[in-house]
Write a protein of this length. Structure first.
Length: 728
């Protein structure tokens, strides 16, 4: 028995658990509230994509009137049933030797998804055998998915289910109607799994996390089942979807399924819900940001005087109970950053709650998950990383920050190096000037492999209107720093922002073309601007030149349909922008005229062809601040004393030999300065607990010698700076 069952409904990710329930379980551990978590999505996938699951699925199908492609899959059903368990085992990482069979071309049954194989070498280059096999296995699963959508359950999708029912659902009517109908095929798999867990755990409270619209239908179906079969159990909904979409909920029918809907951080609301279940009828019940039904009406209760827990108090995310060894890694599309999201299992952590910038006009900056900024101490972050490594056996971390703060990233990197903790990590950032070349080198040394950030519209006028706080020139310089250090860069790109002109869209594409041609961005994705209710644009649309189409809101309210006063149809740019980007990501077609990507007339770009090069070449020289910390990332050198005599004068030099990971180099300095340098390298090594500033080193140097700046910019020190002497 457990007090709480934490549930993620189908579907979110195949390769790694969505972290919400792990965060909550970690917190509940600190309160001695017993809990069990399950990712119903991966459990349904594993049940369906098995020999037994496919045999049952194929036997349920009526084949008359289906497409030629689905008919082919049906005729090959024996081959699919024979191979499926081995393929899933391979994607789980337990049968790596199967890669050779998969790559042979004679093992997997093939349907229409394999038509794109002719483009595989072009799209992916020379892939390693394991990655190529993952890609082929992914096509195999996608063929099966196409069959399921056409013949079994039209709502199916690997990372979403019945998403249309949850997206911009201002009224509950359509979703409610579906819930009154018969269960779907996927429901028929999910609900028995849920039933077994409910019988085993007998929880007092089920907390269902709904991060996306594609989880909403399944969340309601699970709640409906629990209400029917376990009527004494209370049910709460929380997560990203209610946090952004259900803040204006009025429809009482929702509470036929859920007893509570909580908003924003879930720790204190859930603790109070547990208290409410144990209270006597004479006691006053306290709630935190909670909707419930009272007197036949939807009411919002926020009647506690208690404040939310600090991030230092919420505990370490706990991934126990989840089937961590059963998640499957797939390679879906030829986008380097997207492959990180779908390939490999990542421990999820946060460096800071909220966004330290919190000004972007398209963003939900009025909501707590953005507005309330609270960083976590670097030592505590790395403590949690070590705990999670011990718990999960995984050394990969995805920091899921809105925008990780550069100063905190620096401290985390230094702490990782001090502890000599080998990890791989990536996160989301703002392309701000704090990311100097040296800071990027430090981040890379600590295990950072990739960053993603918003270039958005690639127009200085619109970046200013967005209040992004960066310029295109600054983005170019920062992305060059990351790329030079070996950290992959992914850019979020936007089109259709209010008042954006056709010329600005074309110029934005030209900026992006140059960034990719220079190789300082390796991955990107275009998305069309969407106006949300809780962003500055959504709250004051007239100020941004858009006219909203207001609707009666009784259920979900976030995305707002609008008209741009410019009258420009931004939809027509979608295909051309994405096609151009796809080619640029693969290093080709830079010489094409931008007109080639569009089937309608566009104006010539006004951006000079060398604009981004100029931005990079004109980057101001970095002046080392007195407070900058000086770090040595290299090792201890071997030394040789060299005796010199000239015109009867003798002196000694010191030659220092260094072995870097990929090369060997040496420097020569006067013996006394070499001795000072050896001593100092030990002090400023990244493995030391204490750090030294530029001013402190200058003072120490000038107690023996003259003019530290002259020594700092000397040829031997310039060489050291190329191999790990950094200022951050």
């Amino acid at each position: 028995m457990k007090d709480i069952l934490l549930l993620t409904p189908p579907f979110t990710q195949l390769n790694t658990p969505y972290p919400a329930t792990a965060y909550l379980k970690g917190f509940l551990n600190t309160k001695q509230i017993s809990s069990f978590q399950m990712d119903l999505g991966i459990e349904v996938i594993l049940e369906l994509f098995s020999k037994v699951g496919l045999e049952a699925m194929f036997s349920s199908v009526t084949v008359s009137g289906i497409s030629e492609n689905s008919n082919r899959i049906f005729e090959l059903r024996k081959e699919y049933c024979t191979t499926i368990d081995s393929v899933i085992s391979f994607l789980e990482g337990t049968s790596p030797t199967l890669a050779r069979q998969i790559c042979s071309g004679h093992f997997l049954p093939q349907a229409s998804r394999f038509d794109q194989l002719d483009d595989m070498e072009w799209a992916f280059g020379t892939m390693g055998m394991q990655d190529k096999a993952k890609y082929l296995a992914t096509l195999y699963l996608e063929d099966l998915s196409d069959f399921i959508v056409e013949c079994v359950d039209s709502h199916f999708g690997f990372s979403r289910y019945a998403e249309r029912l949850g997206r911009s659902a201002n009224s509950f009517d359509e979703l409610y109607g579906h819930l009154q109908g018969a269960v779907t095929y996927m429901d028929g798999i999910a609900l028995p799994l849920l039933d077994a867990r409910m019988v085993e755990m007998q929880p007092k409270l089920v907390c269902i996390s709904v991060p996306f619209p594609g989880n909403l239908y399944s969340a309601f179906r699970c709640a409906q089942y629990i209400k029917s079969h376990f009527p004494k159990t209370k049910i709460a909904m929380g997560g990203g979807f209610p946090n952004t979409e259900l803040r204006d909920i009025k429809d009482v029918r929702v509470f036929q399924f859920f007893d509570f809907i909580t908003l924003d951080d879930g720790e204190l609301p859930i603790e109070l819900l547990m208290s409410s279940l144990n209270h006597s009828s004479a006691e006053e019940v306290s709630y935190k940001r909670t909707f419930l039904l009272e007197g036949g009406q939807v009411v919002y209760k926020n009647n506690t005087h208690r404040h939310d827990y600090k991030q230092s108090e919420v505990g370490t995310p706990d991934y126990s109970d989840l089937v961590l060894d059963r998640y499957i890694s797939v390679i879906e599309i030829a986008n380097p950053m997207h492959s990180l999201w779908s390939d490999g299992r990542w421990n999820k952590l946060t460096m800071a709650h909220g966004c330290y910038w919190g000004k972007c006009t398209f963003c939900d900056i009025s909501l707590d998950y953005i507005k309330v900024y609270e960083p976590i101490a670097a030592k505590l972050i790395v403590d949690r990383m070590e705990e999670m490594i011990a718990q999960t056996g995984e050394r990969g971390f995805h920091f899921v920050d809105e925008a990780a703060p550069p100063a905190l990233m620096r401290e985390v990197a230094l702490e990782l190096l001090r502890r000599e903790l080998v990890v791989t990590w990536w996160t989301n950032i703002r392309f701000e000037k704090s990311f100097t070349s040296d800071l990027c080198i430090l981040l890379k040394a600590s295990g950072c492999i990739a960053v993603s950030g918003g270039l958005e519209v690639a127009s200085d006028r619109l970046l200013a209107l967005i209040k992004k706080g960066v310029t295109v020139s600054q983005v170019a310089q920062v992305t060059r720093h990351f790329t030079d250090s070996g950290i992959m860069v992914h850019a979020y790109l936007m089109y259709g922002y209010p008042t954006q002109t056709v010329q600005e869209t074309v110029d934005s594409l030209e900026m992006v073309r140059q960034l990719f041609e220079l190789g300082i961005i390796q991955s990107g994705f275009w998305h069309q601007f969407a106006m949300t209710a809780h962003s500055p644009v959504g709250m004051d649309p007239e100020l941004f030149g858009v006219i909203p189409e207001m609707k009666d809101i009784t259920f979900a309210h976030n995305d707002i349909t609008f008209r741009d006063t410019t009258g420009i149809d931004h939809d027509r740019f979608s295909f051309g922008l994405k096609k151009a980007l796809f080619n640029y990501m693969h290093g080709i077609c830079f010489e094409f005229d931008l007109q080639e990507w569009f089937d309608f007339k566009i104006p010539e770009s006004t951006i000079p062809s060398d604009y981004i090069i100029e931005c990079i070449e004109n980057e101001p020289l970095l002046v080392v601040k007195p407070t900058a910390r000086i770090i040595w990332l290299g090792g201890t050198p071997q030394i040789e004393i060299i005796h010199k005599t000239k015109k009867g004068v003798s002196w000694e030099n010191m030659k220092l030999f260094f072995h870097a990971k990929q090369t060997r180099f040496d420097i020569t300095v006067e013996k006394e300065k070499g001795e000072w340098l050896l001593k100092t390298m030990n002090y400023i090594s990244a493995s030391q607990n204490k750090t030294f500033t530029f001013a402190e080193l200058k003072q120490d140097f000038e107690m023996q010698f003259n003019d530290f700046e002259l020594f700092w910019f000397s040829k031997p020190l310039v060489t050291l700076k190329e191999f790990g002497l950094i200022s951050v």
